[in-house]
Design a binder for this molecule. Structure first.
Ligand code: AMP
Length: 192
């Protein structure tokens, strides 16, 4: 079983690359951002709660996010592995994920961290806003806040996996195919 954490700042290309990894390794893709957006669209209680945080570029509280993620994992008992995209985003989420997976005799295989500089991120997000329809992509001040939140709350999560010898940093600039190849190589090095 392969369980990957796909990591990186907003606009690093996690969603695009997750699709490639899913196809190649037959994994279930769990994007917490996508799940929240589906809930917003459906008008659920969770969606109403998440929306206020997301629209400002802040993180949805840990308890809510962790519970949602665990129930998504539980709803895929036949999965050959998972790719976690946009989760964990805090130290607390990382610890909760480890404990939860251990309780199911599972573990994270590797964290793949996409490295992209801030100017490139902002340019990519503003460009994505033209088609994504995401309010958090369209406003430069909200993008800036997402990057600040990433650096403060999320970036340290890489240290958590580095401490377990599971961190693999990949250059996230270049063609989509080239970046996919870098990621495939990293996964293959961890074995299957
Ligand atoms: P994303 O689609 O990954 O860019 O996430 C969009 C937004 O959803 C983030 O800015 C957060 O407000 C929220 N979100 C997604 N994943 C998480 C998470 N793991 N923890 C807290 N908030 C999250």
């Amino acid at each position: 079983m392969i369980n990957l954490v796909l990591f990186g700042p907003p606009g690093a290309g996690k969603g695009t690359q997750a699709e490639r990894l899913v196809e190649k390794y037959n994994l279930v893709h769990l994007s917490t951002g996508d799940i929240f957006r589906r809930n917003i669209k459906a008008g659920t209680e969770l969606g109403v709660l998440a929306k206020s945080y997301m629209n400002d570029g802040n993180l949805v509280p840990d308890e809510v996010t962790i519970q949602m993620l665990e129930s998504e994992v539980n709803s895929h008992p036949q999965a050959k592995g998972f790719i976690f995209d946009g989760f964990p985003r805090t130290q607390k989420q990382a610890e909760a994920l480890d404990a939860f997976l251990a309780s199911k005799d599972m573990a994270i295989t590797a964290m793949l961290a996409l490295n992209v500089d801030d100017d490139e991120l902002t340019a990519r997000l503003l460009n994505r806003a033209k088609t994504s329809g995401r309010p958090d992509d369209a406003d430069p001040s909200i993008i800036a806040n997402r990057i600040v939140v990433y650096k403060k709350e999320t970036a340290p999560v890489a240290n958590f996996y580095e401490g377990q010898n599971k961190l693999h940093v990949v250059d996230g600039v270049g063609s989509i195919d080239d970046i996919s190849q870098r990621l495939f190589q990293a996964v293959d090095n961890y074995g299957k």
